[in-house]
Design a protein around this ligand. Sequence first.
Ligand code: AMP
Length: 377
Amino acid sequence: MTQPKIMTFKELNISEPIWKALVNKNYETPTPIQVQAIPVALNGRDLLGIAQTGTGKTAAFAIPVIQQLNQVRPKGEKRVIKALILTPTRELAIQIDECFRDYARYTDLRHTVIFGGVKQKTQVDEIRQGTDVLIATPGRLLDLIGQKHISLAHIRHFILDEADRMLDMGFIHDIKRLLPMLPKKKQTLFFSATMPLAIANLSDSILHKPVKIEVTPVSSAVDTIEQGLYFVEKPQKRDLLITILKKEQSKSVLVFSRTKHGADKIARVLNKTGIGCEAIHGNKTQGARQRALTNFKSGKTRVIIATDIAARGIDIANLEMVINYDLPEVAETYVHRIGRTGRAGKSGRALSFCSQEEHVMLKGIQKLTGKKLDVQS
Ligand code: AMP
């Protein structure tokens, strides 16, 4: 694996309208997967990206797709679906659609998201009006193709997102039905957090001379970190966090939240109870994030709540404790998170909260690290 160097979006030859949109989002530097994937995808090559959620992989495929499509649409041409993004869940589909909304803001491209579990009418109406980019879950896509509302005949860019999760969720058969409906000549970007054999075979069969990109693969947890586990349901997590923070003497605590909204909520609750705390995530300005970090490093605030991506830039020498308020969806992220404490030979502690629906994630973590976390009471 080549070590990505720090680059700017300008150096990646991002076109002006997209670059402006990224500035609006407060993205300062591209993440490692973006540094590696964007130039490759802009060159029209196929890509095999081994990366998990939280690495910035959505922008890694959305930006080159937008840029390439924006260059080719002659004015007045009838809109046809030219890019298809296939993703396993409704939540991911919505998130990806929001990314397209944000990054394509200063282009005239249109994007539409479709997923099952809701009535199809609004989705069909939107597609009828013409769209350039379609973000879809497999079932609903097959349904609407079957009803002739969607044609994949003009697809130039096909993105398969979270392939391993597709497999886990039983979508492989749907994908195999969809593949022959796509034009032969197209760019395919294939993303998966892990590469079980079935996924490696699938990628082999659909990618043409792909460039392989892998970000931050890790497998072993740092031995000097004491790792504890609490089984706790979602509504009780707040109280547990407050109890732990009041009981523990740790001076600097980094709490991970899966979402930005969640991070803000936790910060509000802690501040109300008198525990000095700030949240950092992508919706905060660079100035606000910097201030929060300075306060944390100087000990002015004791607790910082961060999302995975916001925590990337945090380098705190004496971080005493990491708390996983939510378990990460991908096991490797757990190792990255807890590796924030126990640095440079110092001992550290990591506590994780696991609710009923997170048991599957816990299993993945214990399998990866080969270690059972110590259940706390
Ligand atoms: P993803 O891995 O695509 O789910 O992205 C995770 C989060 O990172 C999203 O909230 C993005 O808005 C954010 N993000 C993506 N790229 C960057 C970047 N270059 N700088 C800061 N945040 C980013």
